[in-house]
Design a protein around this ligand. Structure first.
Ligand code: GUN
Ligand code: ZN
Length: 408
């Protein structure tokens, strides 16, 4: 398949961290980018053309597939929102058929917003989690997906004994082993809903299997207070560290309330904080100190956290990251930083070396867009594209070289 247009490419002059825009073409073969050619393209393209922009597919490092029908339940504090909105929605996944169908619907929506990679929470139901993982895989997204583990402080229908959950987490890892595009994540929901035994067991499975870990950390004040009560005042980050849950494949959502020692622990263990700016605003959790975390050497990812965050578009989430930093009076990320974060940056955070970049041998996870504003001659083209971004610009989304969304 030949795709032509203006390519958003990694810029090797900035150690591969920058981005540059260049006219060119791509050849896609067997799900991967076989060739990248710069310069005026020759030949009739299968996708793209003169005015098209070709971007790496966006990656959402933290979201909840069972919450896609719960966007916009406003006015509640996190713990109340979980109880009144999220847990009832997740209870519907007792039916694996419902879960599989809903996961597929969520994938379709994500593809329409240009998202081709996800770090996703499922529910406590083992059967539903397997059905959802299969749906994500068959749809074609790349994903780290986890059965959510809860053995306390949640409705009885959503908790299981720790031993059962650990056996199921193990089985979940086993059943997704050696899949090219889907990987199981060990996913204790957060320290409130997990007994110390469950956390320690989860840490042991992650270590033994080399699986990624997903959980939430220090999102709201009430949550942090409850964690301190449940764990005898142990700092929140240390609760996870003692359970063996921190490491370079650990992605912790939010990370708003962290002291210097906790930041140092996260940096030392190379753990990743998934910044969720739209969710932090929606749930009035506070605002994350992105600049301070970066200064402390903490690795960052970016997530929509649907349905805590109402936006499914990672471009909107990236813009919120910039706007929150501005509102805090911090040095904001540049627009180029935003584009990088939702592509190569999130890929790096999830441990994916062959996603998030338009480069030979990477997965052909791509967005084809047709901006309706002049941008090539803008003073800062990435900023023009970020602020004027319109999801209707997306004409096609490819996941592993397959068309998963096409406009009209
Ligand atoms: N903390 C524990 N569970 C959740 C969740 O589902 N969403 C958010 N935003 N925070 C959480
Ligand atoms: Zn979350």
């Amino acid at each position: 398949m030949l795709i032509t247009g203006t390519l958003l490419l990694p810029d090797e002059r900035e150690g591969g961290h920058g981005l540059r825009l260049s006219t060119g073409s791509l050849i896609v073969r067997n799900g991967r980018i076989a060739e990248v050619r710069e310069g005026e393209p020759a030949g009739r393209p299968d996708l793209g053309g003169g005015d098209a922009m070709i971007l790496p597919g966006f990656i959402d490092a933290h979201l909840h597939l069972p919450q896609f029908d719960s966007i916009g339940a406003d006015g509640l504090e996190l713990l109340e929102w979980l109880e009144r909105v999220v847990y009832p929605a997740e209870a519907r996944w007792a039916d694996p058929d419902f879960a599989g169908a809903m996961a597929l619907r969520a994938c379709r929506q994500l593809a329409s917003f240009g998202t081709t990679g996800i770090g996703a929470y499922l529910t406590v139901h083992h059967g539903a989690s397997l059905a959802a993982a299969r749906a994500v895989e068959s749809f074609g997204l790349r994903g780290i997906v986890g059965q959510t583990l809860m053995d306390r402080e949640a409705p009885a229908e959503l908790t299981r004994p720790a031993m059962q959950l650990l056996a199921e987490a193990d089985a979940f890892v086993e059943s997704l082993k050696r899949r090219p595009r889907i990987e199981a994540a060990i996913t204790p929901r957060f320290a409130i809903a997990c007994s110390p035994e469950l956390l320690v067991g989860a840490g042991a499975i992650a270590k033994r299997t080399g699986s990624p870990v997903q959980t939430h950390l220090a999102e709201t004040e009430a949550e942090c207070r409850r964690v301190a009560e449940l764990f005898g005042g142990t700092p929140y980050t240390e609760v996870y560290e003692r359970a063996g849950l921190l490491g370079e494949r650990t992605i912790l959502g939010h990370g708003i309330r962290l002291d210097d020692a906790e930041r140092a622990t996260l940096a030392r263990t190379r753990s990743v904080i998934a910044h969720c700016p739209t969710a932090n605003t929606f749930l009035r959790a506070g605002s994350m100190d992105r600049a301070g975390l970066l200064r402390a050497g903490v690795r960052l990812a970016l997530g929509s956290d649907v349905a805590g965050g109402p936006d499914r578009s990672m471009v909107r989430v990236a813009r919120a990251m910039l706007e929150v930093a501005k509102a805090r009076g911090d040095a904001p990320p540049t627009a180029a930083d935003c584009w990088r974060q939702i592509t190569a940056g999130n890929a790096e955070a999830l441990g994916w070396t062959d996603s998030g970049r338009i480069t030979p041998a990477a997965w052909a996870d791509l967005v084809v867009a047709a901006p309706d504003v002049p941008w090539r001659d803008a003073p800062d083209p990435p900023a023009r594209l970020l602020y004027a971004w319109d999801d209707r610009w997306i004409t096609a989304t490819l996941a592993a070289g397959r068309l998963v969304y096409s406009r009209g």
